[in-house]
Design a protein around this ligand. Structure first.
Ligand code: DP6
Length: 356
């Protein structure tokens, strides 16, 4: 990045959605590098809007940072962002000249069990890259700007690297995806049957309590996990199997893999030391009901889980009307406070205009 040594001020803003992993990232090393490749669908309705005001002054000696979330200061998040800047000085040569005010809001409730770090950190990364482009007039092309945004998002939160793109996204090196990398995510635009690009993803909130294990602590559980190496092997194999199911439009194979990945993630947590059981009785009731409807009605819907008790139910857009009926009659009784969020595969982030 070419420093221009002049005082620059400005504003940038981005909307970035969360994503749901098909093949889970669980286990990392070094500077936020994944132990296995992961695949995800970027969502549409669950997003973070982030507004950044910046002032880069060559005479400033130290980073000045404020962060507010839904209009209120948020010390924990501000601290996370400060650490992210400080831990990566090579990526931010201008850091001590920067004064930055960040304000952000989510379209979904905090308790939704949606990976809010994925949407928030990808939105912030996109703002930073946009700011750099304006201040330093870099010669990076569009694709390189997104690659850098994904790289920065990864350094803040691994899953955020994937939210920089819409549709199906891969983070981590795999033979299946040319150009894939452990350092940043890449969008997968070919070899995917269109049925998957309009897939529905409905989030059923089972428990709105705080998670008893942070994702950082969760990843650390894999360091001494007796099944770790086998897990990474299986995850790689699942990426290959998903590639076939996605290319062939094979919804049943896709669903089998999807559920297997979700249960593998929770199985790993359950037999970690210390052990965590994040599933709640109602999580299992929903899973049972999904499988029961699928088997008895031959209905093509499947579930996945994040590192929490809430259930993501996924189905093709063509069966959405019937799926809503089943959700209301069969699944809603197990949901807390009517916490149902209808979402779907989305197009990815977009720049926002500042409110006047
Ligand atoms: C279970 O990306 O939240 O959602 O890199 O420590 O911020 P950090 O972890 P994070 O982990 C996400 C784990 C997961 C699976 C996934 O999204 O791939």
């Amino acid at each position: 990045m070419k420093s221009n040594n002049k005082h620059s001020q400005g504003r940038v803003a981005w909307r970035s959605p969360s994503n749901i992993a098909l093949v889970k990232y669980w286990g990392k090393y070094g500077r936020q590098l994944p132990k296995n490749p992961s695949l995800s669908f970027t969502l549409s309705e669950a997003y973070t809007d982030t507004y950044v005001e910046y002032d880069i002054d060559p005479n400033r000696a130290q980073l000045e940072l404020t962060f507010s979330f839904h209009g209120k200061t948020h010390a924990a998040f501000e601290d996370k962002i400060r650490k992210f800047f400080m831990a990566n000085p090579d990526d931010f040569p201008y850091i001590n000249q920067l004064k930055i005010n960040i304000s952000s809001q989510n379209s979904f409730p905090h308790s939704a069990g949606i990976a809010s770090s994925a949407s928030s950190m990808s939105a912030l990364a996109l703002c930073l890259v946009h700011m750099e482009q304006k201040v330093y007039e870099s010669s990076l092309g569009q694709a390189q700007l997104f690659t850098r945004a994904s790289h920065l998002a990864r350094l803040a939160s691994g899953s955020a690297s994937r939210s920089v793109y819409g549709g199906l996204v891969c983070w981590g090196e795999t033979e299946w995806v040319t150009g894939s990398s452990d350092y940043y995510a890449v969008p997968i635009s070919q070899g995917v049957d269109p049925v998957f690009l309009s897939f529905e993803n409905t989030i059923l909130m089972v428990d709105k309590g705080e998670k008893p294990v942070s994702s950082t602590a969760g990843h650390a559980l894999m360091n001494k996990h007796p099944y770790a190496e086998m897990r990474y092997y299986v995850a790689r194999d699942h990426v290959n199997q998903f590639s076939e199911a996605l290319a062939n439009g094979d919804i049943a194979a896709f669903g089998r893999l999807l559920e297997n990945e979700a249960l593998a993630l929770h199985g790993l947590m359950m037999n970690s030391d210390p052990s965590f059981i994040l599933l709640k009785p109602n999580t299992l009731s929903i899973i049972e009901a999904i499988r029961e409807v699928r088997d008895s009605e031959d209905f093509p819907w499947y579930f996945t889980l994040d590192a929490g008790p809430n259930v993501h139910v996924m189905y093709p857009h063509e069966v959405a009307t019937q799926a809503r009926k089943y959700i209301e009659t069969r699944l809603q009784p197990f949901v807390q406070d009517n916490g149902i969020l209808y979402d779907r595969v989305g197009q990815g982030p977009s720049a926002l205009v500042w409110p006047s």
